[in-house]
Design a protein around this ligand. Structure first.
Ligand code: CTP
Length: 446
């Protein structure tokens, strides 16, 4: 099996500790000093650029104190703190950039390439490979505004990674999506990025996500309540770790992630999803399999044996629907021959038993054996928990039979933790292969 040469050891991983913060003019700017403190505790070296409007919400001095460096505000400043050509200097200095808060106006200016102040000019001067993050904060209606949606899509296509916004009460006292993530969460995300940015460079990862729809007739289908959020979060997290992600997605109630590193194939039915996964594994060619496959899709177990070709009326349709089983994608991936089989195959079982209960553990063990996957993650989706929600709680059964119960956490954070665990598994495998090969060489040369 091909070894993964670019999976970096912990020591090899280069950290990008120089972070430029661009503060735009939203009320959440008052939280940036706290964010600066959280980031500095985590070892980031900071430079802050603030727009003139940002300074209406947060004092320049507070930003300077918290970040430990002079704050740059003016494109044409010649004062001793901010040298000439500040936008070029700052663009070269930062190893990653975070816009926080990212207002609708700032995102629009960024999407259109404006560079009429220091904050936007910095982006114009940024080298292509520098990772850019944005933590949007705005009124929920502004977040949903079609112009903002289009601007965000443009930025995501260019590789800007969004951190939030989350659902909650915004400064204008409305509830919805638009609230900026809290400083602690933002700092943790940046820390995770720093640690994991290069873990999967040169690797490919296959993810199935969301719900399949099995046609009864051209109008009706059998499906389930999966939103696709967890699978999409996994795709984003692997892509953020440098992986080339193939996302095979069924029907979802949230937009699929947009990133230059994610290729999305829409596969509505289990059959289409199975076909897409099968051909992706075969296309990669023998000896160059996916590093990881995570089957996070909620695949319908049954489909209509004889779907109607046209919509039957109540009177014509039979009351009983004959069903047949759909292909089991997870089992198919798990039982592929070596060299084609993804190196690590992970299933995601949606159950209705409580996490940490004996009944869930026993069901999970039986299911893992039946599927033949390396890891099986189980969660409790009863009573509207998990499906469509922001948080998740799982238990992980690994290849050795060890069971771990994880705390409740956001789906994004859970995804990142899974990415880390898979990277650690691959590193151990690579090490084992190296040792085997050197033992073999030693035996043949003796
Ligand atoms: N899965 C799959 N193809 C199917 C059914 C399930 O790939 N036809 C995958 C899911 O993506 C998930 C795992 O199998 O990773 C477990 O799914 P789950 O629905 O819990 O298992 P089932 O096989 O449906 O078992 P059961 O209905 O008996 O609980």
């Amino acid at each position: 099996m091909a070894k993964n040469p670019s999976l970096l050891s912990a020591a090899d991983r280069t950290c990008p500790p120089r972070l430029s913060l661009v503060v735009s003019g939203g009320i959440a700017a008052y939280k940036v000093p706290q964010l600066c403190r959280e980031l500095r505790v985590r070892g980031f070296d900071l430079r802050v650029v603030a727009t003139q409007n940002a300074l209406r919400f947060v004092a320049k001095e507070a930003l300077a104190q918290a970040s430990g460096a002079a704050v740059a505000c003016d494109l044409f400043s010649h004062d001793q703190d901010c040298e000439d050509m500040a936008h070029i200097r700052l663009a070269r200095w930062g190893q990653c950039v975070l816009v926080v808060p990212a207002t609708a106006n700032f995102l629009a200016r960024l999407a259109h390439g404006l560079c009429d102040d220091l904050g936007t000019a910095l982006f114009a001067a940024l080298e292509q490979h520098v990772p850019v993050f944005a933590a949007p904060a705005m009124n929920p209606q502004m977040w949903q505004n079609p112009a903002n949606v289009a601007n965000v899509a443009v930025l995501q296509k260019r590789g800007v990674e969004l951190l939030g916004p989350c659902v909650g009460r915004t400064a204008c006292n409305e509830v919805g999506t638009g609230r900026m993530l809290e400083p602690l969460e933002l700092a943790e995300r940046m820390e995770a990025f720093r640690a994991h940015a290069r873990m999967f460079v040169g690797q490919s990862v296959l993810i199935t996500a969301a719900a399949t729809r099995e046609a009864i007739d051209p109008v009706r289908f059998l499906s389930n309540r999966s939103s696709g959020k967890q699978g999409f979060a996994l795709a984003r997290a692997f892509a953020a770790s440098g992986a080339e992600v193939l996302l095979v997605a069924g029907a979802s109630s949230v937009p699929a992630p947009v990133s230059p590193r994610i290729t999305t194939v829409v596969a509505e039915s289990a059959e289409a999803m199975a076909r897409a996964c099968r051909s992706a594994c075969l296309d990669k060619g023998r000896g160059a399999p996916f590093a990881v496959a995570v089957c996070a899709a909620a695949v319908a177990d049954f489909r209509a044996r004889h779907p109607y070709g046209s919509k039957p009326s109540k009177r014509d349709a039979a009351c009983t629907l004959a069903l047949e089983e759909t292909p089991d994608i997870l089992r198919e991936l798990s039982t592929m021959e070596q060299g084609i089989r993804p190196r690590l195959v992970v299933g995601f079982a949606a159950e209705t038993e409580a996490v940490a209960s004996a009944s869930l553990a026993s069901k999970q063990r039986t299911k893992k054996r039946a599927k033949g996957c390396d890891w099986l993650i189980a969660n409790d989706v009863s009573d509207g928990k998990v499906f469509g929600g922001e948080v998740n709680r799982i238990q992980l059964l690994d290849e050795t039979g060890k069971m771990e119960v994880w705390d409740v956490m956001t789906k994004e954070l859970l995804a990142r933790r899974i990415v880390v665990r898979t990277a650690q598994w691959l590193q151990r495998q690579n090490k084992r292969q190296d040792e085997q090969q050197s033992r073999l060489r030693a035996t043949t040369s003796a």
